[in-house]
Design a binder for this molecule. Structure first.
Ligand code: SF4
Length: 233
């Protein structure tokens, strides 16, 4: 008898994944933070190819997330955490920006010169990464699209402070970075949402931005703009 776990695991992951195009008018912070809008446009207009290897990595990341969420709940100074809650904001032009931060929790702080305490929301975004990416972050700081993503969440939640925590997949070591809310970063996200929305309504593809992200893109197999070289860590 053979358990054949590999096949079962892959079949399970595939059964959980929708390949259908996404709904025009609702844009996730995660997608808006990607450096190339062409790939995002294609996610909204085409059935996209399935990347089983990527699904497996996400599954491993999800398992680690559960442990980290439990650690925040039991051992941090933060209180009443909400895990992967949905936050959204509607733009006057009719589209919404949505996001599900990994953790939103509250820090008790005293008002200036007062015993009265109030609760300040703090966003924590967790990234489980391979050793190559971990090394790159340690050397150069957080990846730009992760910082943009966190800024999106800070604005959706109405929080002034947030953290990005990188966990190395192979040994669980971590790096943490603190950020304050930045209006400019939100404006950048908003502009990207507008560009994407207009492109989808007019059915005109946005400009490609071939870059390091191509290696992770769902469309790298058939994109004529794809960049194949990976930067050195
Ligand atoms: S392969 Fe690269 S250039 Fe092409 S859509 Fe994806 S990220 Fe953009």
């Amino acid at each position: 008898m053979k358990l054949d776990f590999q096949r079962q695991f892959e079949e399970y992951l595939i059964s959980q994944e929708s390949l259908e195009p996404r709904k025009v008018g609702s844009y996730g912070v995660t997608y808006l933070s990607r450096p190339c809008l062409l790939g995002v446009y294609r996610l909204y207009t085409e059935k996209h190819p399935l990347q089983v290897e990527k699904l497996k990595l996400f599954a491993v990341g999800d398992a680690l997330h559960l442990g980290i969420q439990e650690a925040v709940k039991r051992f941090s100074d933060l209180t009443t955490p909400i895990f992967e809650g949905r936050y959204s904001v509607k733009d006057a032009e009719g589209f919404e920006i949505v996001g599900k931060p990994d953790v939103v929790a509250y820090l008790k702080l005293n008002l200036v010169d007062s015993p009265i305490q109030c609760l300040h929301p703090v966003v924590v975004e967790i990234k489980t990464v391979n050793p190559w990416c971990f090394r790159m972050v340690k050397r150069n700081g957080v990846l730009e699209h992760h910082a943009t993503q966190l800024q999106g969440y800070l604005h959706l939640v109405g929080s002034q402070n947030g953290f990005i925590v990188y966990i190395k997949q192979t040994d669980g070591s971590s790096l943490e970075y603190r950020f304050a809310r930045d209006v400019e970063a939100w404006n950048t996200l908003l502009n990207r949402a507008k560009t994407l929305h207009e492109a989808l309504l007019s059915k005109k593809t946005p400009q490609p931005n071939p870059c390091w992200f191509c290696s992770y893109c769902e469309f790298k197999g058939d994109c004529k703009h794809v960049l194949r070289k990976k930067p050195k860590a």
